[in-house]
Design a protein around this ligand. Sequence first.
Ligand code: CA
Length: 234
Amino acid sequence: MNGNVLIIEDEETIVNVLASILIANEYIPVIAKNGAQALTMLRSFQPDVILLDLGLPDMEGLDLLKKVKETNLCPVLVVSARDKEWEKVEALDLGADDYITKPFGNSELLARIRVALRNRSENDERTVNNRAIYCCGKLRIDSERHIVWLNEERVHLTKNEQRIIELLSRNPGKVLTYDYLIKNIWGADMQDNNRILRVNMANIRRKLEENPAEPQYIITEIGVGYRLADESYF
Ligand code: CA
C-alpha cells in the first residue's frame, strides 16, 4: 500500500471519484464530510496525505487548512476551482503543499500525491546527507555545487537565474508562487514586482528549454507561479 489519504470533501460524487482512483492505485482513502469531522479524526489518526476541498459546508476551507497545518506535519493538497487563483495562492501561503484544480484528471491527481509524499521523504534524507541533485529528462541540477547540465553539457546561468532554478529544483513537481520566488531571490521589497521574475524566467527558459514557447521543464501555473517538472511528467 502507498499510504492513507484523508479526503475532506462534502460532495459525494467527487468523494466517490477520488476514492476509486486512490483504491485503484493502492492508496487507502479515509473520508471526512466536513471540517468538524476532519478535525476530530485528525486527533487520533495520522494520514500520509490530506486532500482538502476548500468549499466545505461548515467552515472556510482556508481556516481549516490553517488549523490542520498548526498541528499536523502531513502534506496537504487543496482542491480548488479553476478560476480561483487568489484562493490557490492564499492556500499555498498558509502552508498547503500544492493544489489540484477541478475538474482534475487521474494522472494529475496521482502526480501531485506522489510529489507530496516524495518531497516529504526526500526532505528527511536531505537533512542527513545535505545534498540536492535534481534530474529530469536531459536536465540535471546540483544545487549544492551550483552546477546545471543539459544534455551532459554545462549551462551558464547568471547568479539570480541559478538561484531561481535551484529553488525550484529543491521542490521538484511542486508549485512555487511568484511572491515566494521573488521574496527568496530579491527580498521582500521587490514582492510586487513580477516583471523582474518573468524576465529572468524567460532567460532561463531560453537556456534550458528546447522550445521556450512550450516549456518542458519549467511549467507556468497562470496566476499562481511556476513548477519544475519532475520525472512523472515525462
Ligand atoms: Ca465542496
